[in-house]
Design a protein around this ligand. Sequence first.
Ligand code: ADP
Ligand code: MG
Length: 295
Amino acid sequence: MEKYEYLGLVGEGSYGIVIRSRNKENGRIVAIKKFLEDDDDKMVKKIAMREIRLLKQLRHENLVNLLEVWNRRKRWYLVFEFVDHTLLDDLEQCPNGLEYDKVRRYLIQILRGIAFCHSHNIIHRDIKPENILVSRSGVVKLCDFGFARSLTAPGEMYTDYIATRWYRAPELLVGDTKYGKPVDVWAVGCLVMEMLTGEPLFPGDSEIDQLFHIIRCVGNLIPRHKELFHKNPLFTGLQLPDIKRIELLPTHYPHIPCLVFDLVKKCLQIDPEKRPSCAELLQHNYFTADGFSER
Ligand code: ADP
Ligand code: MG
């Protein structure tokens, strides 16, 4: 720990902080994620341990690289390669959306990173602009595996899920305990629209408002999710809108090219079973039509 020189604070989350530091021995710049004390909160240990375990398993060009881990005075420290900025920074710089080519370059890498996690049966569960790092040369690296988890046996409850609302799939919002990889695909759909327009697609200000945003845009929930909605104490006394005519995305965004729209619509299927896998999305014409994915 003494070998690191403090350079500045880069991020602050609910479970700790991220500090930019220099390794005095080799000059390497790193990001050190320092978790809160274990004692303060049982969740902290759980989240830190999960992130460590998963990241040790997952090595891929599009996932952030964990260099070392240590525990000192009841705190966990994770040392990562330092990555220049986040997708959120890019979006703040370009309030009307990113260049079309950049969106495609980012998206293919995001999908490769998630597809790799999924091939190891790990769902990220918190795909959003702050958790997508971008290097100076444009290499994308997913970070923040604190909420990621391995798929479990059917029926096991996922009780600790508190990831960001705007990117949350309908099955998560209604409280389905049998969700899986399609939750990450949903988040990708939301993310692509945000990269293209500069605006979050579904900026709900509560769980119910989030569902309203979604239903208005892509249509009514599937029967199983409607049932879960009515059983969920969180929504007691609330009604779902019954949408007869959905406001299909393209009418709102006439300037967005149809190939990428088609990909987004596939990600934003209300029925998780109908969403393609990330591996399938990587074969979409959006990437293959002009030989882009080979380049
Ligand atoms: P949290 O659980 O607090 O969200 P994250 O792992 O997402 O933790 O890190 C918080 C923030 O710190 C990120 O949004 C990003 O801005 C920054 N950050 C995290 N890892 C790195 C890294 N390896 N290089 C540069 N910045 C990073
Ligand atoms: Mg984060």
